[in-house]
Design a protein around this ligand. Structure first.
Ligand SMILES: Nc1ncnc2c1ncn2[C@@H]1O[C@H](COP(=O)(O)OP(=O)(O)OP(=O)(O)O)[C@@H](O)[C@H]1O
Length: 251
């Protein structure tokens, strides 16, 4: 059972149950959406997978092994994430921002003696960052500062930074936020293409329903911390429990 498996996870913040017995599977090469009304527990689930929040109950498996995620070891585990905002460094160029996303390659000896990474490491890193930018069609912007670029381009820079480590799982937290309709279409094509191009699976937390319906193989719906539905986009769309959660009415 490779891929990511979140099984019966519970999270409590004091008296508040943010997640209650939630299970989600992200098979290799799939796009899985997590949706639900405000406060449903989507970000908490995301933070569990990233290691920012320790679950009170339940288990995680990644790559056929028990998984105790740590934020500082995610890239090494083959997992990358984008943030709800951009999280770009204003004083670094686009290329440098993307280079920051690559896992450190300095060898043991360099680390031990506090030596800088070799020129070769630096060259490889630069080439990988350029390739990630080219892949997303923003190679020409490599030398710009992010603040000088349109928001949609900055979002691509953040995505390139996540992809430069060649993850096998990409966690996207509301990637459509702040984008216009055409840009969301472009994002949809890009997400859809990730498993084919790089074999990368995607876990997507998103409010933008058209995007979720267009790109996901399967969707998990949370409400008040519980998983209330799961299935293909069509199954989830037709599920009365989902309509009720979103509209607050029984259909
Ligand atoms: N660190 C925390 N401490 C206490 N309560 C928290 C914490 N983080 C989240 N919560 C609570 O847990 C519940 C789930 O929040 P979460 O942010 O995961 O929901 P969400 O589905 O991502 O919501 P939104 O769509 O508004 O981002 C909410 O009631 C929230 O107030």
């Amino acid at each position: 059972m490779s891929g990511l498996h979140v099984t019966e996870v519970g999270v409590r913040f004091g008296g508040l149950v943010a997640l209650d017995d939630v299970s989600v599977d992200v098979p290799p090469g799939s796009v899985v959406g997590v949706i639900g009304p405000n406060g449903a527990g989507k970000t908490t689930l995301f933070n569990v997978v990233c290691g920012f929040v320790r679950p009170t109950t339940g288990t995680l498996r990644w790559d056929d092994r028990p998984f105790r995620p740590r934020p500082d070891r995610l890239a090494a585990a083959g997992i990358a994430r984008t943030l709800q905002g951009l999280g770009l460094f204003a004083g670094l160029t686009v290329l440098e921002n993307v280079m920051v996303g690559a896992p450190a390659r300095a060898g043991f000896a360099s680390a031990l003696f506090g030596l800088p990474a070799s020129d070769r490491d630096e060259r490889e890193l630069r080439a990988a960052a350029r390739a990630a930018l080219d892949d997303l069609g923003i190679g020409p912007e490599a030398a710009e500062l992010p603040g000088a670029l349109p928001y949609a381009v900055q979002k691509k820079v953040a995505l390139a930074r996540a992809l430069v480590s060649r993850p096998r799982l990409l966690l996207l937290d509301e990637p459509a936020g702040g984008l216009g309709a055409d840009e969301v279409d472009e994002l949809a094509a890009l997400i859809r293409g990730l498993p084919e191009r790089s074999g990368c699976a995607v876990m997507l937390v998103e409010h933008h329903m058209d995007l979720v319906m267009a790109v996901c193989d399967s969707i998990v719906v949370l409400d008040f911390g519980k998983r209330i539905a799961a299935g293909t986009p069509a199954e989830v769309r037709d599920d009365p429990a989902v309509t009720e959660a979103y509209l607050g009415v029984a259909s």
